[in-house]
Structures are given as C-alpha cells and as structure tokens.
Ligand binder design. Sequence first.
Ligand SMILES: [Zn+2]
Length: 391
Amino acid sequence: MLGPALQLIHTGQTPTRSALTRALDVTRATAGAVTAELEALGLITVDSRPAGGGRGRPSHRLAIDPAGPVVIAGQIHADGLSVTLAGLGGLLDPPVHLPLPAATDPVRMLRAVAEAGAELARGTARRCLGAALALPNPVTEPDGTALAALHFAWPSGTPVADLYDVEVGRADHGPRAFDPLPTSIANDANLAALAEYRHGAGRGARHLLLVTSGHRGVGGALVIDGRLHTGSAGLALEVGHLTVDPQGRPCQCGNRGCLNSETDPDALFAAAGLTPDPDRPLLDQARALCRSAAEDERARAAVEHVIDRLGLGLAGVANILNPDRVVLSGLHLDLLEAAPDRLRAVVAERSLWGRSGRVPIVGAELAHSALAGAAEMGWRPYLADPQSVQG
Ligand SMILES: [Zn+2]
C-alpha cells in the first residue's frame, strides 16, 4: 500500500488525503496510516490546516517534502554533460551543464558525469539515494551495454552500466548519501518518454509514442499503460533509422535518408544551406533557426522540408503502433510549433489512423525530460518500496 500511495502522490494524482483514499479504495483510517508513515519517512508532508485559512473540514493536503531525499540525474549528450538533483514529484533543481571532456572515451566521460553528480550531492543537506544516467545511444537490457554509440565512437558493447557503477562508487558523495550509491543507466529517449508520461504531456495516454531530436540524431520510445516498451533486449523503438528518403543524406549507420539524418539539427541547417557555429550548442542554434521561419523565407523552406520528412516517419511509426498520443520533444517540438498544421497534415495524409484524426500530436511539456526520466529511474526502487529509503 505504501508504494502505490507514494506513486500516486509522486505523479500529482492525489493532492489530498481524501483523493488518495478514493484512488486506493481504502478506509480513511488506512489512508491516514499510510500518509503518516510516508511523512515519518521524510517523503511527503501532510498539511491539515483548512485551505485558504477559512473554517471547515481539513482537507489534508499531500505534497512532496521539499527537504526530502534526492537522486542524482545525469545526461550525456552530443553537446556536453548535464547533471542535477531530483526530488520526488518530478522536482528537479536547475541542471548544471558542462562541456564534453577533452577525451570522450567511455571511462573519462562516465567519470566526469559521476564526479559532477557527487559534487552536487556533497553540496546539499538532503540525503542522496541513487545516481541515474541517460545516454544518447541504445542501452541493452538487462546487461547495460551501449550499442551503436556513434556520437563518441564508443566500441559497441561497452559495459556502460558497470563502468558508471564503478565511477560513482569511486566518487565522494558526502556523509548523507547511501554508500554504495545504487546506479542505473538507460537510453535518453526512453527516459524522456517515461518522464512525459508521469509528469508532462503524456499523462493519461495509454499508448504514448515519443519522438525526439535532442542534439544529434533521432530517438523514439513507447510507453504502454505506464510501462516502457523496450523490446526483448532494450532496443525497441529505434525509430532514428527508419528510411524517409532513399536518396537522402548519409546516416552514421551507413544508409541514406534515415529519420536521424533527415530531421535532426544538422539536417535543418543543411536544408537551409547554412553552417552552424561549431562553438555554440547545436540544438540552441537549430531552435533559433526554427523560430526565424516566421520572417525568413529560407528558414521557412528548410523547416517545411524537414517537417515533411518528419511527418513521413511519424506516419510510418503510427501505422504500426496505433498510439493514442504522439509527443514531440527536442528540435521536433520546435518544428511542430513552427508549422503545426503542416506536420499534422502530412501525418494525416500518410497514416491510416492519422487520417481519421485519431493521432493527437502534441509538444513535450518538460524542460529537461531526459534528466527527469533519469530521476524516475533513480527513484524506481524507492517508489516500489518506500521503506527502503531508510537504508
Ligand atoms: Zn541510419
């Protein structure tokens, strides 16, 4: 009962104890005992003062304890490293962004992100319970190896889960952190989808498809009834290598015209006949290019070109998966906002289900969805068993 209760409060579905009582279908006494125990564990607060200072029956408002424990959420992406501390409730501190280390071999990169996370843990009075990391490449399950880590030319099969665990174990997280600190690692698009499902634009969807272009390439993920569909070995929904133009731009995989190479920030710059500034984050520049489409004819044509390719890819995936919501993130969110009608029209024209208007395409809501998803992964053991936060 503790785990389901904490999950409901964590996802904002039960802001009061009476809502929790209904959602769990238990007596008021049981709900009271459950919330008292979660409060005693330092995870939630129960505010029984009447709302608005007025009189009347107390509503027992439930909230995540702002002084409660945290997990470290990290992300490695093509433009650098990001790391933050995350409490329950999808509540992230503002992330710290670091440039890529000079050496981008797996050990050096994982050490850099582990040390950045440890520094944050040492600097907080809150207890740190775990460290979770999002990677821009597929990660196998359950052994945690990186496949096709093309951004940094990591050898295929690099045991990233084990390496990250070693680097986190070497780092000093201060006296209040669990030791050893549990670690976890997964693909960034999968984690972004999980976060959007729990805290963002995917709430309430049954079959949620997320497609994103963060920095380079394109990722996809599917959440079915609240669970990530990761395939037999963690590699499902690798939508980036769907062909959308057989004569298109070369892809890192060796083929041409993959969604990866046709709809990522590089593709947008190529379509506009422009070269991005190598010293600035590529995604930021691509977003600015999207926004300039309103007044710049060349940007407009480039955006439309990339949208048409993206629409083709989304239609193909939607035909196979029949999602009830498509969430677009990263550059794809900016493309949707630049020309929502065009993208929806391409998908509708090309997809069996889209034509009937049954595939809502919406933008992601979370500012840092991959980090938020890493936090979800870090919190997973404690959401399943809240008493384990005691160590
Ligand atoms: Zn490819």
